[in-house]
Design a protein around this ligand. Structure first.
Ligand code: PXL
Length: 267
């Protein structure tokens, strides 16, 4: 019996099911890798209760990560919502100590429904402590601009410049996602310090894209765990997430979900 690739997501739980840990585990399953999770916070914004975000204590997060490392082992991991400086710091320490090489950092800051996923004062810590450990980082346009302190990229050329600048923060690869680019196809830029690869797909006209970013980075993580190159992993993940957006789910109440199992419809 061959070994199944083992993947860990260190991220927030999105109770409504489209994003965060829920998106990651659904995506891992579609790629037939063994999914594990360390939940950093619960995001459950709603109109009935006053509080909607519940951060896990550091001891709980540490324990969850160590449980995956100790009982199963990790071929690739991704980070999503880390929320606070202290969670970022401790997560970075454990990742470094674990010597896991396939580290995907999705620097999530604000959810599609407006939830704050990273405290303002934690951006610097994310840049200094976590980005240098990453094989690949996957910011969207807003996140790239925020980290660099520049205006939001508006053209593919702006995106290329931002990718080059983010590379200097220490990751091996930078993937900037142009899903929110106006007047252009959904083009993403992958930069490795020398070559710029453009990945283009049609722009799907839908508002139901919650979880798209999580799904994309989870798919990259799964492909890396299988031993694929970063370029191949990103190409396959892009195709997977495009299909998931094409078949997005509307629940008739605002922004709906990326459909993580949509690739099965292609047969
Ligand atoms: O889509 C970004 C995201 C990531 N992680 C969690 C989320 C969201 C969006 O709502 O809730 C936990």
């Amino acid at each position: 019996m061959g070994q199944i690739p083992r993947v860990l997501s260190i991220a927030g739980s999105a109770s409504q099911g489209s994003a965060g840990i829920q998106a990651d585990l659904k995506t891992f399953q579609e790629f037939d890798v063994y999914g594990m999770s360390a939940v950093t916070a619960l995001v459950a914004n709603n109109r009935k209760t006053e509080q909607g975000i519940f951060t896990q204590p550091l001891v709980s997060i540490e324990a969850q990560i160590y449980a995956s490392l100790e009982h199963v082992g990790v071929d690739a991991l991704k980070t999503g919502m880390l929320f606070t400086e202290e969670i970022i710091k401790r997560t970075a320490e454990i990742i470094e100590e674990s010597q896991v090489e396939n580290v995907v950092v999705d620097p999530v800051m604000v959810g599609k429904m407006g939830s704050q996923l990273l405290k303002d004062e934690a951006v610097e810590t994310l840049m200094n402590e976590l980005l240098p450990l990453a094989k690949i980082i996957t910011p969207n346009l807003q996140e790239a601009a925020h980290m660099l302190g520049v205006p939001v990229p508006e053209t593919p050329e702006d995106m290329k410049a931002a990718a080059r600048d983010l590379y200097h923060l220490g990751p091996e690869y930078v993937l900037i996602k142009g899903g929110a680019l106006k007047d252009y196809p959904a083009v993403d830029m992958l930069y490795d310090g020398s070559g710029m690869m453009e990945l283009e797909s049609e722009r799907v006209q839908t508002i139901h894209t919650s979880g798209a970013g999580c799904t994309y980075s989870a798919a990259i993580t799964a492909e890396l765990a299988k031993g694929n190159s970063v370029e191949d992993s990103v190409r396959r993940a892009k195709s997977f997430v495009t299909t998931a957006i094409q078949h997005a789910l509307s629940f008739d109440r605002g922004i709906g979900s990326t459909y993580h199992a949509a690739h099965r419809l292609k047969g």
